[in-house]
Design a protein around this ligand. Sequence first.
Ligand code: NOJ
Length: 743
Amino acid sequence: MTKTMSVLDRTQEETGPESEDDFVRALLSKMSLEDKIGQLQQVDASGDTISDALRDAVRAGKIGAIINQVDPSVCDAFQKIAVEESPHGIPLLIGRDVIHGFKTIFPIPLGQAATWNPELIEACARVSAEEASAAGVNWTFSPMIDISRDARWGRIAESFGEDPFLTATLGASMIRGYQGEDLSAPNTIAACAKHFVGYGASESGRDYDTTNIPLNELHNIYLPPFKAAADAGVATFMTSFGDIDGVPASGNEYILKNVLRESWQYDGLVVSDWDSVRQLSVHGLTDGDRNAAKEAVSAGVDMEMAGSAYAAHLADLVADGEIDLSRVNELTENVLRLKFRLGLFSAPYARPEACTLPCAQEKLDLAKQAAIESTVLLENKGGLLPLDASRMNRVAVIGPMSDQPYEQLGTWIFDGDEALSQTPLAAFRASLPAHVQLDYVQTLETTRARDTDDFEAAKLAATNADIAFVFLGEESILSGEAHSRADINLPGAQSALLEQLSATGTPVVCVIMAGRPLTISDVVENSDAVLFAWHGGTMSGPALYELIFGLASPSGRLPVTFPKMVGQIPIYYNHKSTGRPASDNQITHIDDIEVGAKQTSFGMTAFHLDAGFRPLFPFGFGLSYGKIVYDDLQLDRHQISPNESIRISARITNCGKYAASETAQLYIRDVAASVTRPVRELKSFQKIHLQPGETETVVFELTERDLAFYRRNKSVGTEPGEFQVWVGANADAGLTARFVLEA
Ligand code: NOJ
């Protein structure tokens, strides 16, 4: 498609990007109220063609953005109408949920978080942006940086897990990947920090449900990733479906105005979530669309996604003096500024020639690397893995996730091409030495199936094999938006299958492919090795082959705590101490209680009688093929004043016989403060690679900023006193020392 030059186009090229404000104001001054309201409207534009109604609306300047159109020729047709026929020739924002890949699918975000590798995540997002922008998309609704402490919540799959620091770090990387150095470059897209804020705290993990977040938690846990996103220059924010302290996010002036605009000085675009302006009335905040529009506009929602409250009522609200025209101007400016920043006034069209599809080899290599680094080795009894393929004679591949090109991609892969997926079965067949016989028994048609007809065939295959590889988990549709579960055991008859395979006596390597942490104590018990692979994307199969056979080394670390049983939820490492913290020597088990015992709370602590207080696996946990030893923790000082920093180092040695990656994690605890502080908080991490016998010293630096928190006086800062620090392999381990922050 040839580029069409408009008056605006020339204006932008002549004046240059430094005159963004002048450009936006000049354009705004020519627009009627109706034109402005049009810019605040995003509509669903899915389908192979453009409907007459939509065509007319774009032509009349009543649409500022579309969502869900990815056909380059249809995207271009939309842009052509907007640029050539609408009153001011203003191009459209074209949004799409490009969440963990466009055509090339990378691991689900929770899996990407398990890489603890910011550069890798940035590289994946860069590829996503290149593919999506080539199709004409200029805006993605990613990253989702909602803190997720509840594995029942389907959208935990889209998150970076439970930790504010890890989420902040990885979210910023993803934003950099999408937006590149220059948002106006043709191969970049606007990112969106969502869902502002607290959506992940929905009660019981039910999607869209109530959230109860005290101010202290809001500021110390839920807001920091969004602040980091704003600092990273994220182009847009999306509001949450939830309500914060009784005021739903899309009408919440405190978070949208006081925090985002005033305190953080954010000047990007804020979009509502799908129809969430109208839903203010469903929540019971307002009594109809008109007041819903009023609340959202007043609070600071610039653009309404897939709703019509603004279009229907904003003009009247202005005419009746309930909304000031200057407010509408501000909202419109935010939209126009984004379009300017994206360079849409000079290059609005798709670049299909830039699509290197089907996936180019370097993208597949990147997807494989991401899948490798996302996979967490949870168990490896007797050092079973890695296996030597040349010493195998016969192997069994069993289970409903062995060969599922679509299911291994995970949630939110509207544009992913399952035909490109390489499954474990395909990878094993392609890569095992020719002499190795492979017997495949899918056994269960889906992860939910309960039919045990093929169990005998599976057991026979396992019995005849040197090793049984069992691929279990969840299909894609069991996680993601609106797909929460109350039971997070393996669905269907998978556990029974594994138990029977284990009973054959053949060593079992179990790979779990799922969109959330699962309660898998039984899997750990019935397997010799367990790899948690999430939904690993296009290259899941080859990645797993390489890990299992030692061509790659497992380096994933859990970005979220794995509970033993669902009743432990919420369970997360950075909890508060409480007045009665649990410890190993205080636990009573339900089976140890005498029948008829009299009630007592003496010496009792915060734990469950049937689950204790420990999770199945702590945050940050993951094994490698090496044998990693931490020692020699050093602090360069034990006393610092507020403007000084402290250097903390530890020596890490790989005493094993395989090369390994280790993710050294630095945690702190503020021992006493004006509000209770978590028992541990992640403050830094470093991923290093060690050859057998190799030693490396990792050095961390903490500054006042790392020690700051939202205090009782409602400001962010530090308080003098003692801090404990740990350097170690996960949130339940580490060498520890103390230092004092002086007044
Ligand atoms: C609703 C989801 O909550 C949001 O994350 C997504 O970006 C929009 N729908 C658009 O699909």
